[in-house]
Design a binder for this molecule. Structure first.
Ligand code: KG4
Ligand code: ZN
Length: 356
């Protein structure tokens, strides 16, 4: 069965056609990065307007590339939230219209569940992910750690108390004059720096919770910039010639990844989880990928990371999450509304999970 996935929660307008929740026939993204770059972050109103301009053409191209027309689509999956309200509404209305016109089910998807499903999509069917599993979602808007006692059952164990991991990357990059989004460029530069040259604290919370906090680390980076008189990169300047920026990038990246690995490792041990999943835009990070690989080897559990193109926002993951809803017949009505703050896995705590 074919699902048309639509994603518009932040600054990417994306559409995909996915067969049986796994086989990607097309997966297209209209990026707005160049529109938001001059502002160093996403400007919500500009994002909504860009979605409006792009949604039609992107869906058209996704269908063309998949070699199908609308009459072949069995259901429409669309991101309901969390995200920017104006952005969400564009994708939601467009998805509703198609479902209405075609008379097919409308499937409302939680963006974070979409990120988690990205980890399942590429896994060979002969090697299902064992459960219980721990799933870490690290993106520009969210940092959450989930226990999955079984597939598609989520229990939130911890989240960030302030900045999301990707947000910290973006803010630090902005301060260093590295542009937006900050993750990919800091990732590239960090590989050439010395993480020990500028000491930074690991972003730890020591009250026994499994929450994260990145604003202290971000402040420490900004303090180091001030104290060491580190100038932001000037226009046209080669960052590879800036030892101070390379070292700061390396130290920052090491501290972020160390915090993510330490907490994920701890809950994996305590819950006796049999797999670790890491997804979301920051899961594209090269140091994160290698450090989680090491953690998996240490704990003797598989670490499942989506490929880079499925780590960052895309609509194939939305179609994949929609497929689960389709199988469970969880269809939405045409009165479906956008939810800025959907809360995946924040239901009541079961007794077996309290000790975690
Ligand atoms: O999941 P995503 O595409 O959008 C949200 O749902 O937020 O994540 C975007 C975030 C941005 O903050 C971006 O800087 C970060 O992911 N990111 C990275 C890398 N690639 C993207 N962070 C670190 N290293 C990367 N290679
Ligand atoms: Zn995302």
């Amino acid at each position: 069965m074919l699902i048309l996935g639509i994603e518009s929660s932040c600054d990417e307008t994306a559409a995909a056609v996915v067969e049986d929740g796994r086989r990607i026939l097309s997966n297209l993204i209209a990026s707005q990065v160049s529109v938001h770059r001059p502002y160093g972050g996403v400007v919500p109103e500009l994002a909504s307007r860009q979605h409006l301009a792009h949604i039609g053409p992107v869906v058209r191209r996704a269908l063309d590339e998949a070699g199908v027309d609308l009459s072949r689509i069995d259901a429409v999956a669309v991101t309901q939230g969390p995200g920017l309200i104006g952005s969400l509404l564009v994708g939601l209305c467009f998805g509703k219209s198609i479902a209405f016109a075609r008379g097919v089910p409308l499937l409302a998807v939680d963006h974070l569940e979409g990120h988690i499903r990205a980890a399942y999509m590429e896994r060979p069917e002969s090697e299902p992910i064992p459960h219980p599993a721990i799933s870490l979602v690290v993106s520009g808007g969210h940092t959450g750690l989930y226990l999955m006692s079984e597939e598609a059952r989520y229990h939130l164990l911890g989240k960030t108390r302030d900045d999301a991991a990707g947000e910290a990357y973006d803010k630090v990059a902005k301060r260093l004059g590295l542009g937006y989004p900050g993750g990919p460029v800091l990732d590239r530069l960090a590989g050439h720096g010395d993480p020990k040259a500028i000491p930074l604290p690991v972003a730890k919370i020591s009250d026994g919770s499994h929450d994260f906090s990145f604003s202290g680390l971000k402040t420490a980076v900004l303090r180091a910039v001030r104290e060491r008189n580190i100038e932001p990169l000037a226009e046209g300047e080669d960052p590879m010639a800036r030892r101070d920026i390379l070292d700061l990038a390396a130290g920052f990246q090491k501290a972020v990844v160390e915090a993510l690995v330490a907490t994920t490792g701890r809950v994996t041990r305590r819950s006796k989880a049999r797999a670790i999943l890491v997804s979301g835009g920051v899961a594209a990070n090269s140091w994160l990928r290698s450090e989680f690989g090491r953690l998996g080897a240490q704990l003797g559990v598989p670490v499942v990371l989506p490929s880079i193109s499925l780590s960052t926002d895309n609509a194939a993951m939305i179609a994949a999450a929609g497929y689960l809803k389709y199988l469970r017949k969880e269809f939405s009505g045409l009165d479906l509304n956008a939810e800025v703050e959907l809360r995946l896995g924040e239901g009541p705590v079961r007794r077996s999970q309290r000790h975690l």
